[in-house]
Design a protein around this ligand. Structure first.
Ligand code: ZN
Length: 273
């Protein structure tokens, strides 16, 4: 039976508890939620950290603390962000990779106006360093794509040999400034991916369900979680666990099966440490 990887994006860099009280902020809360999502069918967790005030931080000790707790309790694949704080320097954005050794980390292959908060900055100089660092440490890039030009940017690093193996893409739809979360855009972007690629997608906010269903129909993998979507239904607050459980149910209804972490590792070509 076809396996579908569910990635749970637990917290992101921005959303406060006031928007959804279930958003995990401390390393303990993040680890607890990661384990709950793994039990509900997630095979990957995409992690950001927050500081003591709940603001996104690239503090490597917080990453290490949360990831150590998760690894003690389950075998879920760890995917760490590299863009968890727009005030962080290039070096700070990569500082956690060596101590934490996540199997995957995000690689945002371009910059744009993330409306209305600011410029989402991923310069060519940063991406070159990041791709080299990840390759050196054996961390697989998850190429986050917010619009079509970013697929070409990623292709540049693939051609340069800085991204090797079968590339993995995360199509992130619905941010104002990037591609809108429509099924038409999903089809368009997916057609541009290299033949040997694996891919996953999500839509934020009200784009969540159309993109979830379309991605499963198209044979992609899915991402869900409070980083992208704080409502389960109109006016009904979500939890990470409830969003993962729904994705798992939809996958089974489609005659597919949520991938286990071991199956996700095999599909993504991850080598176990
Ligand atoms: Zn993220």
């Amino acid at each position: 039976m076809e396996k579908v990887i569910i990635s749970a994006a637990l917290t992101g860099a921005v959303t406060p508890k006031s928007a959804n009280p279930s958003i995990p902020l401390t390393p303990d809360e993040i680890a607890d939620d990661a384990v709950r999502c793994w039990k509900a069918g997630a095979s990957v967790v995409h992690l950001h950290m927050r500081d003591a005030d709940g603001v996104g931080t690239m503090d490597k000790d917080r990453f290490l603390s949360a990831v150590s707790m998760i690894r003690e309790r389950c075998d879920v694949v760890i995917n760490c962000t590299t863009s968890g704080d727009n005030r962080a320097s290039d070096e700070q954005r990569m500082a956690h990779l060596e101590p934490v050794k996540p199997e995957i980390a995000s690689f945002d292959s371009g910059s744009f106006n993330w409306m209305p908060s600011g410029v989402f900055m991923n310069s060519p100089q940063f991406l070159e360093k990041l791709a080299g660092r990840m390759r050196g440490l054996g961390v697989k890039p998850e190429i986050e794509v917010f619009d079509s030009g970013m697929i070409g940017v990623a292709g540049y690093y693939i051609k340069k040999g800085l991204i090797t193996g079968n590339p993995h893409y995360q199509l992130c739809l619905g941010v104002l400034g990037g591609a809108d979360a429509t099924v038409e855009n999903l089809l368009y972007l997916r057609r541009m991916l290299p033949e040997n690629a694996t891919w996953s997608a999500f839509g934020i906010g009200k784009g969540h369900l159309p993109i979830l269903y379309a991605t499963i129909a198209l044979g992609g993998h899915v991402r869900v979680g409070l980083e992208d979507n704080v409502y389960y239904d109109k006016g009904v607050p979500a939890t990470n666990e409830s969003l993962v459980a729904r994705a798992a149910r939809v996958i089974r209804e489609a005659n597919k099966e949520p991938a286990t972490p071991a199956e996700a590792r095999a599909m993504l070509g991850l080598v176990e440490a």
